[in-house]
Design a protein around this ligand. Structure first.
Ligand SMILES: [Zn+2]
Length: 173
């Protein structure tokens, strides 16, 4: 089943040929995070693809992955490039190192999953929450329901995790 949805003034679509992405978002729609594990070398990969980036194996199975990690880097957007995002500024785009498979297959690698910073119920984070987050903040995955059949994985502060005393942020004030 193809997916078509409107999100903040943008048309999002996946057609029938995008089998890996359709499978990935089917799990997301159930607020469940799964990644492909290579049948040959067992490594997980992100984003979903047709072949393993490590060994080129074509076979993979979907496995549940805990959506917990650490902010690797971020962008804080103050000037929206889409009119519908204007009411949400400042908002954050986070690049998060998942705990699972951290430092594999080499020490500098990780499964790095992109998402916005949101409240626990998947709404854009308010400014006071944005100011608390930087590199090394511990986050957990939540989902934003966009349309019937489509939910986006996002990130929120993991309130149960030990946080860095002062996460690294661009000097702004
Ligand atoms: Zn492989």
């Amino acid at each position: 089943m193809p997916i078509q949805a409107q999100y903040l003034g943008m048309s999002l679509g996946l057609d029938d040929l995008e089998r890996e992405n359709l499978a990935y978002f089917k799990y997301c729609n159930e607020h469940d995070f799964h990644l492909q594990a290579c049948t040959d070398c067992t490594l997980l990969r992100y984003p979903p693809t047709t072949a393993c980036p490590w060994c080129m194996g074509r076979e993979a199975k979907w496995v549940p992955v805990e959506g917990k990690g650490t902010v690797h880097s971020y962008t804080e957007v103050h000037h929206a490039i889409q009119p519908a995002f204007k009411g949400h500024t400042p908002y954050m785009v986070l690049l998060v190192d998942l705990d699972r498979q951290l430092g594999m297959p080499s020490e500098h690698e990780a499964l790095r999953v992109v998402g916005n910073l949101t409240t626990p119920d998947g709404k854009f984070a308010p400014p006071e929450m944005v100011r608390r987050v930087g590199i090394e903040t511990r986050v957990r995955m939540v989902f934003t329901d966009v349309a019937p059949g489509l939910a986006l994985p996002q990130w929120t502060i993991d309130e149960d995790a030990k946080q860095p005393d002062k996460p690294w942020r661009y000097p702004q004030e």
